[in-house]
Ligand binder design. Structure first.
Ligand SMILES: Cc1cc2nc3c(=O)[nH]c(=O)nc-3n(C[C@H](O)[C@H](O)[C@H](O)COP(=O)(O)OP(=O)(O)OC[C@H]3O[C@@H](n4cnc5c(N)ncnc54)[C@H](O)[C@@H]3O)c2cc1C
Length: 327
C-alpha cells in the first residue's frame, strides 16, 4: 500500500483520511495537541469555551449522510438557541432555532467532533511540519530539520499562506494559491462565578467590531459554569491581528459591555484567542487541488467557504479522487 502523509488534523484532513485509510498507509501530522483544528474547545479551570467554530449546518446530502452516525451516537445534537439579531443597537429579529434547518453542535464540546473522526487513524499530535522536499518521493521534516519519513503522496490541509512557506516551489505547482485570501478573527472568552442572565443564547451583531456573542454554557453538556464567547468581526481582527493582546482584550471587553449593557470586566476569567487564518470569503472555484504527476494535493475550507461542511466536502471529495491513484 502507498504511504500518504496528511498535514493537519482539522475536519478536512480527517475527512480525507477516513476516505482513503483502507487503501493506503495514512499518517496525519498535527502541530497542536488536539484534534479538529479550528473546531476547537478550550478548557480553563471550571470553564469550557468553543472558541473556534460555534455550530454548523448540513446542506449537502453527502455531509448529511456522514454526520448521521454521529447524531445517532450523541456526538452531535441540535442547538435550540434563543437567537437574536442586533443592528446598530436595536434587536431586529428574535426566534428560537429549530430542527429545519438544524444548527448542530458537538456534544459535550465542539472538539468531540474531531475526536470522533480521528478514531482508528494514525495521528501524530504536537508534530509541526517545517519543510517538505521532493526527490523520488516526498520527505517531511520537523522545524528542527528532523526527518518525519518518506511518502508516496503528501496532502496539505493548512492555510494557503502557510502552504507557501512549507512548499517553496508551490507556485509552480498550484499557480492560484495566492488567490485564496483568509481573514483573522478574535475570540473573547468570559467565565463567571454565577449566572448573569442575559436573555439570549446566540446573537448576530451588525454595526460594531463584535459580530457574534454566544452564551457557550447554554449548549448541552457544557457544565454549570456560566460562559460567554464573543467574536470580533473579521475586518477588525485582520486590521488588528498584530496588536498587543492585552489592549485587544480590553477593547473587545468594553465593546461587549456596551452591547449587552453589563460590565464584562467583572468576569472571573477573561481569555483571548487570535486566529490569524480564521475565515475566507466564499470561493467559487474547485473543491481541492491535485497534481497527479508530483503526487501532491491541497484541500481545506479555503477552497470553498469558511464552514465545517465546506472543510468536510473539500477533504472527502479529494479522498474520492485520490482513491483511483492509490488502488
Ligand atoms: C473563530 C472561528 C469561528 C468559526 N465559526 C464557524 C461556525 O460557526 N460554523 C462553521 O461551520 N464554521 C466556522 N468556522 C470555520 C471552521 O472552523 C472551518 O471552516 C473548518 O474548521 C476548517 O477546517 P480545515 O480542516 O479546512 O482547517 P483547520 O481546521 O484549520 O485544519 C488545519 C490543521 O492544520 C494544522 N497545521 C497547520 N500548520 C501545520 C503544520 N505546519 N504542521 C502540522 N499541522 C499543521 C492546524 O493546527 C490545524 O489543526 C469558524 C472558524 C473560526 C476560526
Amino acid at each position: 500500500m502507498k504511504n500518504v502523509a496528511i498535514i493537519g488534523a482539522g475536519i478536512s484532513g480527517l475527512a480525507l483520511a477516513n476516505k482513503i485509510k483502507d487503501f493506503s498507509n495514512v499518517t496525519i501530522f498535527e502541530k497542536s495537541r488536539g484534534l479538529g483544528g479550528r473546531v476547537a474547545t478550550r478548557r480553563v479551570n471550571q470553564f469550557n469555551f468553543d472558541h473556534g467554530a460555534q455550530f454548523f449546518k448540513a446542506k449537502e446530502e453527502e455531509f448529511k449522510d456522514y454526520i448521521r452516525p454521529m447524531i445517532e451516537k450523541g456526538i452531535i445534537d441540535t442547538w435550540r438557541a434563543r437567537f437574536i439579531e442586533i443592528e446598530d443597537g436595536t434587536i431586529i429579529n428574535r426566534r428560537v432555532w429549530g430542527e429545519d434547518p438544524a444548527n448542530y453542535i458537538g456534544i459535550p464540546s465542539m472538539s468531540s467532533i474531531g475526536k470522533f473522526m480521528a478514531e482508528g487513524l494514525n495521528v501524530k499530535l504536537s508534530e509541526k511540519i517545517g519543510k517538505a522536499e521532493k526527490n523520488n518521493s516526498w520527505e517531511l521534516f520537523s522545524e528542527e530539520d528532523a526527518s518525519k519519513g518518506k511518502f508516496d503522496w503528501v496532502i496539505s490541509t493548512i492555510p494557503p499562506l502557510q502552504c507557501i512557506e512549507l512548499f517553496p516551489s508551490i507556485k509552480s505547482i498550484y499557480r492560484n494559491i495566492e488567490s485564496h485570501k483568509m481573514m483573522a478573527c478574535y475570540s473573547l472568552m468570559l467565565g463567571f462565578d454565577k449566572d448573569i442572565n442575559i436573555d439570549f443564547d446566540a446573537a448576530l451583531i451588525k454595526g460594531t467590531d463584535i459580530s457574534w456573542i454566544s452564551c457557550n454554557s447554554s449548549k448541552q453538556g457544557r457544565g454549570d459554569n456560566y460562559t460567554i464567547l464573543a467574536h470580533s468581526t473579521n475586518k477588525w481582527a485582520t486590521e488588528n491581528i498584530d496588536q498587543e493582546r492585552g489592549w485587544v482584550k480590553n477593547y473587545l471587553c468594553e465593546e461587549l459591555s456596551k452591547i449587552i449593557e453589563r460590565d464584562m470586566s467583572k468576569a472571573s476569567y477573561i481569555g483571548l484567542q487570535g486566529w490569524r487564518y480564521a475565515n475566507i470569503e466564499k470561493q467559487n472555484g474547485q473543491d481541492f487541488f491535485i497534481d497527479k504527476k508530483q503526487n501532491i494535493a491541497f484541500c481545506g475550507d479555503w477552497f470553498i467557504q469558511g464552514r465545517i461542511e465546506s472543510a468536510y466536502i473539500s477533504g472527502a471529495r479529494l479522498g474520492e479522487e485520490l482513491l483511483a491513484e492509490l488502488v
